[in-house]
Design a protein around this ligand. Structure first.
Ligand code: SAH
Ligand code: SF4
Ligand code: F3S
Length: 464
């Protein structure tokens, strides 16, 4: 029996128990998954939700549910406080409803100290697992139901990729698709390689099959996910480039938009730029994390590119794909960062002119090499730089985002505007948001919209 079949066996076994419980309670059982962190975690949560739905649980909007699962992130040092706060709230509910089950998984659970904390101080937690074995949720849940004891199953690493398990998509018309797992880059400040394990790529056949199925199921836009998509395929038996994979995905009918993240500048190939330029489906958006504009700091960060190399790459991309939107991630206050280093970062921001940038205060993440460095930047200095950077980023972004005013562009409608029910909201190919008059019947459709006026980071438009 292969692993997928094994897991379906456990899903069925859990379903029987869920049914029995429903009979005795006289109502259906519900679940809620709370997700912290990045797109990778969001996609994992869809897979976890898929398993729970197949096992008979119904989705609940809130953490007031029979099965509550926290999918954690640990990229910043203080992330755990928030999570433990939420766990505390769930504990009071569990005291009133003893049949309730609570599980914690994800990146934070890959850290032995955190698992210890749960074992000692959060005894009411029923199941703990990590990032490498999410496909086992039904098996772990079954074990918990049979033994009545806390089940802890965390693996250090794995080379296994289990295909074809259920998943419950948040949106009917768009979906993330993992193309690779883990990371081998070990940027000096980053915990991800330690909690997500070594880089491994999915077989292109499995990826294409998944996307074909999604397209038959009504998905128009896919987001290919990996910590460094530009190194896709290097670990496969028959190596393949990321650009090569994109060419094959382009050929799938009914998929209209292809996005991907994240691109590490050191591995971005000329071939990728050409494939993007010639593609009708790859979105006009590239997220290209800079982290710092100082070549000295970049070296310390182990990023393996220089300021000049990054600028040349950004130039090259803009020349080949003039309507592209570039976005980025920047860290302020890395150990040893001087005012001159920071000025280099501002310089890159002014030259590249990003559509938007995620700016982060450096977080001293224990377990990473940078956390052990002596020269930590004082908090006030880092904050002050952060504020200056944010202002620069926002001023530029306002100008750059407005450059399409007066044009008509395709919008994929995602939702009814949560603030104003007379408007719907969607995304341009370049990932900018557009709000325009419309109703729920437009959700999931790609429509031409006149971009009437830009309000900083979004457009108000009119359906054409
Ligand atoms: N693989 C992606 C990033 C994943 S983490 C890449 O290389 O681009 C997302 C972002 O979190 C990073 O780009 C970085 O800017 C930020 N980040 C990671 N560790 C951090 C830390 N210790 N302090 C502050 N920001 C951090
Ligand atoms: Fe972290 Fe660097 Fe890997 Fe991105 S590439 S996940 S920043 S180690
Ligand atoms: Fe966080 Fe894990 Fe993503 S640490 S940023 S959820 S890979």
């Amino acid at each position: 029996m292969d692993e997928t079949e094994r897991q379906y066996y456990f899903i069925d076994a859990v379903r029987e128990q869920v049914h029995a419980l429903e009979q005795s309670l006289g109502r259906p059982l519900t679940y809620h998954v709370t997700t912290f962190g990045c797109q990778m975690n969001a996609r994992d949560s869809e897979k976890l939700a898929g398993i729970l739905e197949q096992a008979g649980y119904l989705p609940s909007e809130t953490e007031d549910a029979d099965f509550v699962l926290f999918n954690t992130c640990t990229v910043r040092e203080n992330a755990n406080q928030r999570m433990y706060g939420r766990l505390g709230a769930v504990h009071s509910r569990k005291k009133k409803h003893p049949q309730m089950l609570v599980a914690v998984c994800g990146c934070m659970m890959q850290e032995p100290d955190e698992v210890e904390t749960i074992r000692k101080k959060y005894r009411f937690v029923d199941i703990v697992f990590g990032t490498h074995n999410i496909y086992r949720l039904a098996e772990l849940l079954y074990k918990r139901l049979c033994t009545g004891e806390m089940v802890v199953d965390v693996w250090e690493d794995t080379d296994r990729i289990v295909e074809d398990l259920p998943n419950a998509r948040k949106y009917s018309f768009k979906s993330g698709v993992n193309i690779m797992f883990g990371c081998n880059n070990f940027c000096s400040y980053c915990i991800v390689p330690y909690v997500r394990g070594r880089e491994r790529s999915r077989d292109p056949k499995d990826i294409l099959r998944e996307i074909e199925r999604l397209s038959q199921d009504g998905v128009r836009e896919i987001m290919l996910l990996g910590q460094n998509v530009n190194s896709y395929g290097k670990t496969l038996k028959e190596p393949m480039t990321f650009a090569g994979l994109l060419r094959e995905i382009e050929a799938i009918d009914n998929i209209s938009r292809i996005r991907f993240m994240t691109s590490h500048p050191k591995d971005l190939s000329e071939e990728l730029i050409e494939v993007m330029r010639d593609s009708k489906k790859i979105c006009r958006h590239l997220h290209l994390p800079l982290q710092s504009g100082s070549s000295r700091i970049l070296k310390e960060m182990n990023r393996r590119y220089t300021k000049e190399g990054y600028l040349a790459l950004a130039e090259r991309i803009k020349k080949e794909i003039p309507d592209i939107s570039l976005t980025t991630d920047i860290i302020v206050g890395y150990p040893g960062e001087t005012e001159e280093d920071f000025q280099e970062t501002l310089d890159v921001v002014r030259r590249v002119r990003y559509d938007s940038a995620f700016t982060f205060l450096y977080s001293r993440r224990s377990g990473t090499p940078a956390a052990r460095m002596k020269d930590q930047v004082p908090e006030e200095v880092a904050h002050e730089r952060f504020d200056r950077l944010l202002k620069e980023v926002q001023d530029i972004s306002k100008e750059v985002c407005a450059r399409f005013e007066g044009q008509t562009m395709d919008v994929l409608v995602e939702e009814v505007n949560p603030q104003n029910p007379d408007l719907v909201s969607g995304k341009l190919s370049n990932n900018l948001t557009v709000h325009f008059p419309g109703d729920a019947s437009l959700i999931g459709r790609i429509l031409p919209v006149y971009l009437k006026e830009c309000h900083g980071f979004y457009y108000i438009g009119e359906l054409q």
